[in-house]
Write a protein that binds this ligand. Structure first.
Ligand SMILES: Cc1ncc(COP(=O)(O)O)c(C=O)c1O
Length: 387
């Protein structure tokens, strides 16, 4: 796919040309290429991009061209958008709750072979819709860890004690049994994965056959201001060492499903200051828009830089409370943000590292919704080193 977005070399160029009154979301394809290469080269196994993090065609296409050929999908529409924008992709339907008929269509129309269940009843649903022989069905194990910003095992995943029975049910169905878990999102310690793999070890030691595929889920973190995380190599090395202790099939492969770590660095959001009341600033985007992920009480901030009259603006700072434009009382970004003390209406803020869980979750609440998306090629987005 050709990048059909309006393209600029620098944020300054965009602001000088557009002076946008709506929020503008900037895709930095070079940043997506860098994160794809880092993870595809560093992780010892198969990298599936978690499409939920950002399903914009340019992001999908850039990741795919940079070596990400596998995609973790939760719906037929995600599978369709991947196929529309990537070259020869492999989609995995990795959720236990699907629309009726979706597994059937995923297999017949898109050749999907990998599915997931987390309860014995799941196999009956699959049985009605797909050909089990030649398919791989993952049993998802629930496992949480304190170091995760967001727990992903409160709704999905079977208790570890139920996994041997699930694997056996899958084996009996004619599909290939495999195992998956997800320790959470924004996982700040590699030990979360090592802990989960240790539980897998105990399970597999009691299972009478060897599995070939182990999916360790997503969760690789991004550093945000005030939210430091270890280097990804520490995760990759810890996972590889722990996997070596497992009783797996000879041709075994480990899979991971990063969303945030692949998509996060690849996008920024440019928003305008619309009202200032002393220490309070009201923006043209907020918690119902591009910042919706901040309501999950994980990290509090994105890196930010300020522009005035199309140029970077700095100076002595003070803390501000930031609000969105909607009428809702909760439309306030968490925490205080240090910004130049003289910030005024008409200044622009560019928030970086906002590529994950931003475009995919925003709403049209109160009629605030922008679809102005551009790409910036040749300069770097704001990074967590900014503030
Ligand atoms: C099943 C599954 N896989 C992968 C991910 C991606 O997580 P992250 O963006 O933290 O890598 C999620 C996030 O919700 C998920 O639910």
């Amino acid at each position: 796919m050709i990048n059909v977005l309006p393209t600029f070399q620098r944020t300054e160029d965009l602001l000088q040309l557009m002076s946008p009154s709506e929020p503008v979301y900037c895709i930095y394809p070079d940043a997506a290429v860098a994160s794809a290469r880092n993870i595809v080269c560093g992780f010892n196994g198969r990298v599936l991009y978690a499409v939920k993090a950002n399903d914009h065609p340019v992001i999908l296409n850039t990741l795919s061209d940079s070596g990400v050929k596998h995609f973790d999908c939760a719906s037929l529409s995600e599978i369709a958008v991947v196929h529309a924008n990537c070259d020869d992709p492999r989609c995995y339907f990795m959720t236990p709750v699907r629309l009726r008929g979706a597994a059937k269509e995923a297999q017949s129309k898109f050749g999907v072979k990998h599915f997931l269940i987390d309860h014995r009843s799941g196999i009956e649903q699959l049985y009605e819709e797909i050909t089990m022989k030649g398919s791989v069905v993952f049993a998802r194990m629930a496992v949480a860890h304190d170091s995760a910003m967001i727990n992903l095992s409160n709704r999905f995943g079977a208790p570890p004690d139920d996994i041997p029975e699930l694997l056996q049910i899958i084996q009996d169905s004619g599909a290939e049994p495999a195992l998956a878990f997800n320790v959470g999102s924004g996982v700040t310690s590699p030990s979360a994965y090592i802990h989960a793999i240790d539980i897998v070890k105990q399970i597999l030691d009691g299972v009478p056959f060897r599995i070939r595929l182990l999916d360790i889920g997503g969760g690789f973190p991004r550093p945000y201001p005030g939210f430091d995380v270890p280097n990804l190599e520490l995760y990759f090395d810890g996972i590889s060492d722990a996997v070596r202790t497992l009783r797996l099939a000879k041709n075994a492969e480990v899979l991971c499903e990063p969303g945030r770590a692949l998509a996060g660095p690849s996008m920024s959001a440019i928003v305008e200051v619309r009202l200032r009341k002393e220490g309070r600033i009201y923006l043209n985007d907020g918690m119902y828009g591009i910042f919706w992920e901040l309501r999950f009480k994980g990290h509090e901030r994105f890196p930010v830089r300020v522009f005035r009259d199309g140029k970077p603006h700095t100076g002595a700072t003070r803390p501000f409370r930031l609000f969105g434009p909607t009428c809702d009382g909760s439309d306030e970004l968490p925490g205080d943000v240090e910004l130049p003390a003289d910030i005024s209406v008409g200044d622009y803020l560019e928030f970086g590292d906002i590529g994950a869980y931003s475009l995919t979750g925003r709403t049209n609440f109160n009629g605030f919704h922008s679809d102005r998306i551009v790409s910036i090629i040749g300069s770097r987005p704001p990074s967590s080193l900014c503030n």
